[in-house]
Design a binder for this molecule. Structure first.
Ligand code: SF4
Length: 505
């Protein structure tokens, strides 16, 4: 299911959805008293679509005759009666979004589509820079009140609202705080600041006493080290868009891939030590520079710092999505505890064969770990409403699975695709052929001393097509260019000499 802006040509389907919902609600105990002759009208729905405020839950992209399962309007129109409530989030009127007319087709009740729509509305409101969502629910509509409560809305009580046309009704006024980072994962026990005392953050669980100065297998100590923080234009189009992804490269890596292109930072541990406050500030600076998202590149071994850093940045105005860009070697528990922090999972799936994973990345359990982590990421995305894009096609919530084809190992690549399909079905994948032998691989000779051939790449792409992947990114060039491996020169890591470029609050 995709939640996206409705297209103008879909207006008849949207009107039909609301007619169906209105008819199904009429004379039930939770009748919201919607009336297609008065509210919502077909013209009103068309106007909301034209204004870019009406979103639909569908099973497909525009112009493919998708079915529409639900819809809502998100704008900033607060009813005059909203002034009766003592709202808890301090926000000016233009920092408040309002949900109207949230509706789910009676044919798909019980599938949690209402919750998916509410979560989607929260994401969109954040992207629009809002601090809170407010709404009203007529007092008798207990299912709607319960839905919003379960999604984190606070019920401020029942007030009398004038809906016009002589319809005056008691209604709940409810509010969702978008400033506090939401989490539905329960208590975090792994991702806490004290984790590095005996580190178990990644599947290696090497128990390095990082807090006492020891380095883990990943190379990390207690100090947060970053190699670069800058806009990057060469991720997949839904990540980089036209203006760039705000990449933050973390030093060190739990994987030890012999062919790594980023070896200066992954094994050389190149970078500058900063504190978690600076990490928050960098996120805001990247947003200020126009980043479409904050792209945390290989942050696995610093994941314990992310909840607080992201929450602090959100409190200071960060509204773009958080992309977690990982080698795929993650603990399920870490993925679970990153729910509510991470919006987009940009995860590798490198190997299907354990012996290959052992030989090339020194982790024989990679396929098993990556598969379990992927399953949890996909479940998390599904629970939160599925993959979601903004009007420009930038992913706001979701997942992309990457796979780098290695020379001489196209068969394993096909098995990786089989695994992804079995675990996740038709999700967006990115199949890359940018492998370029590093000095060590050239010196060692053998298959990994060369680039991927066109035949190998096509074998893998064809297999992806045969499996049925419909959203696939692939590369036209061959071996890596500098654009894929930016200079790790600590750009953006330290505050400018005359202070951070971020306008301070
Ligand atoms: S994150 Fe680093 S220190 Fe922690 S368990 Fe993994 S390799 Fe060891």
């Amino acid at each position: 299911m995709i939640i996206r802006l409705a297209a103008q040509y879909e207006a008849p389907s949207v009107v039909a959805l609301y007619e169906c919902v209105v008819n199904a609600m009429r004379d039930t105990p939770f009748d919201a008293r919607w009336d297609m002759a008065f509210h919502p009208t077909a013209d009103g729905l068309r106007a909301a679509i034209a204004a870019g405020n009406l979103f639909v839950a569908t099973d497909g992209e525009p112009y493919t005759s998708p079915r529409i399962y639900g819809a809502f309007v998100l704008d900033d129109e607060q009813d005059a009666g909203y002034t009766q409530a003592s709202w808890s989030v301090a926000a000016s009127d233009d920092e408040v979004a309002v949900i109207h007319l949230l509706a789910v087709s009676p044919t798909v009740r019980g599938l949690h589509i209402g919750a998916a729509l509410v979560n989607a509305a929260a994401r969109i409101a954040r992207v629009r820079g809002k601090r809170a969502i407010r709404l009203d629910v007529v007092a008798n509509n207990d299912p709607a009140v319960n839905l919003y409560r379960s999604c984190g809305f606070v019920d401020l009580g029942i007030f009398t609202l004038d809906y016009g046309g002589g319809l005056v009704m008691p209604a709940h006024l409810m509010e969702l705080d978008l400033v506090s980072t939401e989490t539905v994962c329960g208590a975090r026990t792994l991702l806490t600041p004290s984790s590095p005392a005996s580190c178990e953050l990644c599947p290696r669980r090497c128990h390095a006493r990082r807090a006492s100065g020891e380095s883990g297998v990943c190379g990390a100590t207690a100090s947060l080290k970053l190699a670069r923080a800058a806009l990057h234009l060469w991720e997949e189009p839904p990540i980089s868009g036209d203006t760039g992804s705000g990449t933050i490269f973390f030093s060190g890596c739990p994987l030890k891939c012999v062919y790594c292109q980023n070896h200066e930072i992954s094994t050389g541990n190149f970078g500058i030590e900063v504190d978690a406050d600076r990490l928050s500030e960098i996120m805001l600076e990247l947003q200020y520079q126009g980043a479409l998202n904050i792209n945390l590149v290989t942050a696995t071994h610093y994941a314990h710092l992310l909840p607080a850093a992201v929450e602090a940045a959100r409190a200071r105005g960060l509204f773009v999505p958080i992309v977690y860009n990982t080698g795929g070697y993650e603990r399920e528990r870490a993925v679970r505890e990153l729910e509510g922090i991470v919006d987009v999972w940009l995860t590798d799936f490198k190997y299907a064969d354990a012996a290959l994973a052992r030989d090339l990345s020194h982790v024989a359990d990679y396929p098993d770990r990556a598969a379990r982590a992927l399953a949890r990421m996909v479940a998390q995305v599904d629970r939160r409403g599925g993959i979601m894009y903004d009007g420009d096609g930038t992913m706001q919530q979701g997942i992309i699975v990457r796979h780098l084809v290695l020379p001489g190992h196209a068969d394993d690549s096909c098995r990786v695709l089989d695994l992804i399909w079995d675990i996740a079905g038709d999700i967006p994948i990115s199949v890359m052929n940018q492998y370029t032998p590093n000095d060590a691989m050239r010196a060692a000779g053998g298959e990994l001393a060369r680039a991927v051939t066109d035949e190998e790449y096509e074998q893998v792409l064809d297999h992806a097509d045969e499996l049925g992947f419909t959203t696939m990114f692939w590369q036209e060039g061959g071996a890596v260019s500098e654009s894929f491996t930016p200079a790790f020169d600590t750009t953006g890591v330290l505050a400018a000499a005359d202070g951070p470029i971020l306008p301070r609050q």
